[in-house]
Ligand binder design. Structure first.
Ligand code: UT7
Length: 327
């Protein structure tokens, strides 16, 4: 039996930065409120009409270079995104075209903030089963394209960015050790973009009512987030036969620093073993976990044989966790 290990990582954050002080001039908010309630200080914004594929391309070039392979070596490309370039074709197909990764099979995964963990798990299974050897897994989001910039309860939270990893096959018990994925479609209305799909097609009225932007019941989500992230992490650790004490670094989804701290406290992971970068980027949905993983690695906080625990939660509702022995 095989497994899959990460051999290259990359990230891309568009250069434009929107600070809390900029937001103070746009809506009735304050740096103090945003910082104390979320931990966010600033976020990056893509250019208008700069698709998720463009951000994905920049992150992927770096990951592929770090992996020491060529785009032509990729058998599979999965892009996790809820802000795809188009309804179809997939953002993964656009990315394949930019990369000239002609051999790769390509598709997108829609699992919101847990998207990267869902996509990573799918790629792991393809490699484990022997169908493919090399896979590119990307989380890329242009959250600014679905943000209502007049709604202070959501516009202060999100940011744009992309992260990418290259996976290749390896012996079992190395690389990805276990994954746990969960969903609850009964709670879909808690976090949703109501219009623009087949259930509520885009019309002049839906655009005027801003129904193509994020609608969120933040308070209710907060409570669910902590519970399911703790549960997912424990199940992923159980699957790998590991205890919380063996976690070298916890890389959580970056939706709210208070959620991260509550999850870490319940898992009894001390602050020096959690990676938090929400202050600089806000919530980048599927890109958050992979950008955090990439930065932790760039900063030398992940070494060979470390146990890395990814943990995320998002709209769907969906959640997931993945335990990795760093190879
Ligand atoms: O990515 C995965 C999915 N997302 C999440 O998991 C998000 C989870 N939820 C959260 O992170 C938090 O619930 C929020 C950060 C969204 C909100 O924080 P909160 O502490 O739950 O605040 P709240 O919604 O209970 O609002 C408290 C007050 C309200 O005023 P009143 O009714 O108490 O007078 C809001 O109107 O804060 C007000 N408020 C704001 N004030 C200043 C809401 N947004 C803002 C704002 N600036 N930007």
């Amino acid at each position: 039996m095989k497994s899959a290990k990460i051999i290259g990582l990359g990230k891309y954050l568009p250069p434009k930065i929107l600070t809390n002080f900029d937001l103070e001039k746009m809506v009735d908010t304050s740096d103090e409120w945003i910082t104390t309630r979320t931990g966010i200080k600033e976020r990056h914004l893509a250019h208008k009409n700069e698709g998720a594929s463009v951000l994905a391309f920049e992150a992927s070039k770096i990951a592929i270079k770090n992996a020491g392979i060529k785009p032509a070596d990729l058998d599979l490309i999965i892009v996790a995104t809820i802000t795809p370039d188009n309804q179809f074709p997939s953002t993964a197909c656009h990315l394949q075209n930019f990369l000239k990764a002609k051999k790769a099979a390509c598709f997108d995964v829609s699992a919101a903030c847990a998207g990267f963990i869902y996509a990573l798990t799918a790629a792991w299974q393809f490699i484990k089963g022997g169908l493919y050897k090399n896979a590119l897994v990307v989380g890329s989001e242009v959250m600014s394209s679905i943000t209502d910039w007049s709604d202070r309860s959501t516009c202060v939270l999100f940011g744009d960015g992309a992260g990418a990893v290259v996976l290749t096959d390896c012996p079992a018990k190395e690389g990805i050790l276990s994954a746990y994925l969960g969903s609850d479609g009964a709670e879909a209305e808690m976090l949703i973009v109501p219009a623009g799909g087949s259930r509520m097609v885009a019309t002049k009225e839906t655009v005027e009512k801003k129904l193509h932007t994020i609608k969120m019941k933040g308070n209710e989500l907060f409570k669910v987030a902590v519970r399911v992230m703790v549960d997912a992490a424990q199940k992923a650790l159980d699957g790998a036969g590991l205890s919380q004490k063996e976690v070298s670094i916890l890389i959580p989804h970056q939706a709210n620093e208070r959620i991260i701290n509550a999850v870490a406290a319940r898992l009894e992971v001390p602050a020096n073993r959690i990676y938090v970068n929400i202050a600089r980027y806000g919530n980048m949905s599927s890109a958050s976990t992979v950008v955090a993983l990439c930065e932790a690695w760039e900063e030398g906080r992940i070494r060979k044989d470390d146990i890395v625990l990814l943990d995320a939660f998002g709209a769907g509702l969906v959640w997931g966790s993945c335990a990795i022995r760093w190879a």
